[in-house]
Ligand binder design. Structure first.
Ligand code: OFO
Length: 170
Protein backbone atom coordinates (compact mmCIF):
# COMPACT_ATOMS: atom_id res chain seq x y z
CA UNK A 1 0.00 0.00 0.00
CA UNK A 2 1.46 3.32 -1.06
CA UNK A 3 1.31 6.29 1.30
CA UNK A 4 -0.54 9.45 0.30
CA UNK A 5 2.73 11.37 0.61
CA UNK A 6 4.47 9.00 -1.81
CA UNK A 7 1.52 9.09 -4.23
CA UNK A 8 1.55 12.90 -4.23
CA UNK A 9 5.31 12.97 -4.73
CA UNK A 10 5.06 10.59 -7.70
CA UNK A 11 2.35 12.81 -9.18
CA UNK A 12 4.63 15.83 -8.75
CA UNK A 13 7.36 13.97 -10.60
CA UNK A 14 4.92 13.09 -13.38
CA UNK A 15 4.24 16.80 -13.76
CA UNK A 16 7.98 17.56 -13.83
CA UNK A 17 8.51 14.99 -16.58
CA UNK A 18 5.70 16.57 -18.61
CA UNK A 19 7.32 19.96 -18.06
CA UNK A 20 10.67 18.49 -19.19
CA UNK A 21 8.97 17.35 -22.39
CA UNK A 22 7.44 20.81 -22.84
CA UNK A 23 10.78 22.55 -22.17
CA UNK A 24 12.64 20.45 -24.76
CA UNK A 25 9.85 20.93 -27.28
CA UNK A 26 10.24 24.67 -26.76
CA UNK A 27 13.97 24.31 -27.35
CA UNK A 28 13.17 22.32 -30.52
CA UNK A 29 11.14 25.23 -31.91
CA UNK A 30 13.88 27.69 -30.87
CA UNK A 31 16.46 25.71 -32.86
CA UNK A 32 14.08 25.29 -35.80
CA UNK A 33 13.65 29.05 -35.83
CA UNK A 34 17.39 29.71 -36.10
CA UNK A 35 17.85 27.03 -38.78
CA UNK A 36 19.68 24.51 -36.63
CA UNK A 37 17.49 21.63 -37.72
CA UNK A 38 19.78 18.92 -36.35
CA UNK A 39 19.60 20.37 -32.84
CA UNK A 40 15.86 20.80 -33.27
CA UNK A 41 15.53 17.11 -34.13
CA UNK A 42 17.67 16.17 -31.11
CA UNK A 43 15.43 18.21 -28.81
CA UNK A 44 12.27 16.81 -30.35
CA UNK A 45 13.44 13.25 -29.65
CA UNK A 46 14.38 14.36 -26.13
CA UNK A 47 10.87 15.76 -25.64
CA UNK A 48 9.38 12.44 -26.77
CA UNK A 49 11.59 10.54 -24.31
CA UNK A 50 10.46 12.80 -21.47
CA UNK A 51 6.88 12.04 -22.38
CA UNK A 52 7.71 8.34 -22.06
CA UNK A 53 9.23 9.06 -18.61
CA UNK A 54 5.97 10.69 -17.54
CA UNK A 55 3.89 7.78 -18.87
CA UNK A 56 5.98 5.27 -16.94
CA UNK A 57 4.91 7.13 -13.79
CA UNK A 58 1.32 7.32 -15.04
CA UNK A 59 1.23 3.53 -15.39
CA UNK A 60 3.02 2.84 -12.10
CA UNK A 61 0.69 5.07 -10.07
CA UNK A 62 -2.30 3.21 -11.51
CA UNK A 63 -0.69 -0.19 -10.99
CA UNK A 64 -0.24 0.44 -7.27
CA UNK A 65 -3.82 1.57 -6.87
CA UNK A 66 -3.11 5.30 -6.77
CA UNK A 67 -4.79 8.16 -8.56
CA UNK A 68 -3.05 10.19 -11.23
CA UNK A 69 -3.68 13.89 -10.75
CA UNK A 70 -2.73 16.03 -13.72
CA UNK A 71 -1.77 19.55 -12.76
CA UNK A 72 -1.06 22.62 -14.84
CA UNK A 73 2.23 22.50 -16.76
CA UNK A 74 4.34 25.66 -16.51
CA UNK A 75 4.97 27.66 -19.66
CA UNK A 76 8.57 27.09 -20.81
CA UNK A 77 10.95 29.78 -22.00
CA UNK A 78 10.59 30.63 -25.70
CA UNK A 79 14.06 31.83 -26.68
CA UNK A 80 17.63 31.43 -25.52
CA UNK A 81 20.63 33.71 -25.80
CA UNK A 82 22.55 31.15 -27.86
CA UNK A 83 22.43 27.43 -28.81
CA UNK A 84 25.06 26.76 -26.16
CA UNK A 85 22.94 28.47 -23.49
CA UNK A 86 19.98 26.24 -24.39
CA UNK A 87 22.06 23.09 -23.88
CA UNK A 88 23.53 24.51 -20.67
CA UNK A 89 19.99 24.98 -19.44
CA UNK A 90 19.13 21.42 -20.50
CA UNK A 91 22.06 20.19 -18.38
CA UNK A 92 20.99 22.31 -15.39
CA UNK A 93 17.44 21.00 -15.78
CA UNK A 94 18.66 17.38 -15.77
CA UNK A 95 20.66 18.08 -12.60
CA UNK A 96 17.48 19.43 -11.02
CA UNK A 97 15.57 16.29 -12.08
CA UNK A 98 18.31 14.09 -10.62
CA UNK A 99 17.91 15.92 -7.30
CA UNK A 100 14.14 15.25 -7.40
CA UNK A 101 14.62 11.57 -8.20
CA UNK A 102 17.10 11.23 -5.34
CA UNK A 103 14.64 12.86 -2.95
CA UNK A 104 11.87 10.52 -4.12
CA UNK A 105 14.18 7.54 -3.60
CA UNK A 106 15.07 8.80 -0.11
CA UNK A 107 11.34 8.98 0.69
CA UNK A 108 10.72 5.44 -0.60
CA UNK A 109 13.58 4.15 1.57
CA UNK A 110 12.33 6.10 4.59
CA UNK A 111 8.83 4.63 4.12
CA UNK A 112 10.20 1.12 3.44
CA UNK A 113 8.26 1.25 0.19
CA UNK A 114 10.30 -1.36 -1.68
CA UNK A 115 8.20 -1.53 -4.84
CA UNK A 116 8.42 2.24 -5.39
CA UNK A 117 12.13 2.22 -4.57
CA UNK A 118 12.71 -0.54 -7.15
CA UNK A 119 10.59 1.32 -9.70
CA UNK A 120 12.61 4.51 -9.13
CA UNK A 121 15.92 2.73 -9.78
CA UNK A 122 15.23 3.01 -13.53
CA UNK A 123 15.09 6.82 -13.14
CA UNK A 124 18.25 6.87 -11.02
CA UNK A 125 20.14 5.06 -13.81
CA UNK A 126 18.51 7.13 -16.54
CA UNK A 127 19.59 10.37 -14.88
CA UNK A 128 23.26 9.30 -14.94
CA UNK A 129 22.87 8.91 -18.70
CA UNK A 130 20.88 12.12 -19.18
CA UNK A 131 23.42 14.25 -17.34
CA UNK A 132 26.38 12.61 -19.11
CA UNK A 133 24.89 13.20 -22.57
CA UNK A 134 23.93 16.84 -21.88
CA UNK A 135 27.35 17.51 -20.37
CA UNK A 136 29.12 16.00 -23.37
CA UNK A 137 27.22 18.33 -25.71
CA UNK A 138 28.04 21.39 -23.56
CA UNK A 139 31.73 20.36 -23.67
CA UNK A 140 31.54 20.18 -27.47
CA UNK A 141 30.15 23.72 -27.54
CA UNK A 142 33.14 24.76 -25.41
CA UNK A 143 35.50 23.13 -27.90
CA UNK A 144 34.03 24.83 -30.98
CA UNK A 145 33.82 28.19 -29.19
CA UNK A 146 32.55 30.78 -31.72
CA UNK A 147 33.33 28.75 -34.84
CA UNK A 148 30.46 28.80 -37.35
CA UNK A 149 31.73 25.70 -39.14
CA UNK A 150 32.02 23.97 -35.77
CA UNK A 151 28.40 24.85 -35.03
CA UNK A 152 27.38 23.52 -38.43
CA UNK A 153 29.18 20.22 -37.79
CA UNK A 154 27.71 19.86 -34.31
CA UNK A 155 24.25 20.48 -35.76
CA UNK A 156 24.85 17.67 -38.27
CA UNK A 157 26.08 15.36 -35.53
CA UNK A 158 23.12 15.98 -33.22
CA UNK A 159 20.70 15.63 -36.14
CA UNK A 160 21.85 12.03 -36.55
CA UNK A 161 20.22 11.09 -33.25
CA UNK A 162 17.80 8.22 -33.58
CA UNK A 163 14.84 7.85 -31.25
CA UNK A 164 15.41 4.97 -28.84
CA UNK A 165 12.97 2.11 -29.33
CA UNK A 166 11.58 2.54 -25.82
CA UNK A 167 7.91 1.80 -25.58
CA UNK A 168 5.51 2.61 -22.81
CA UNK A 169 4.98 -0.74 -21.19
CA UNK A 170 2.09 -1.22 -18.84
FE1 OFO B 1 15.50 14.03 -18.77
O1 OFO B 1 14.96 12.58 -17.73
FE2 OFO B 1 13.15 12.59 -17.46
O2 OFO B 1 13.05 14.25 -16.79
Amino acid sequence: MISKKMENSLNQQLNRELYSSYLYLSMATYFENINLVGMSKWMRIQAEEEHIHSMKLFDFIHKIGGRVVLEQINKPQLDWESPKKAFQEALAHEEYITKNINELTDLAIEERDHSTRTFLQWYVDEQVEEEAVANEIVQKFNLIDDSKSGLYMLDQELGARIASPVTVAK
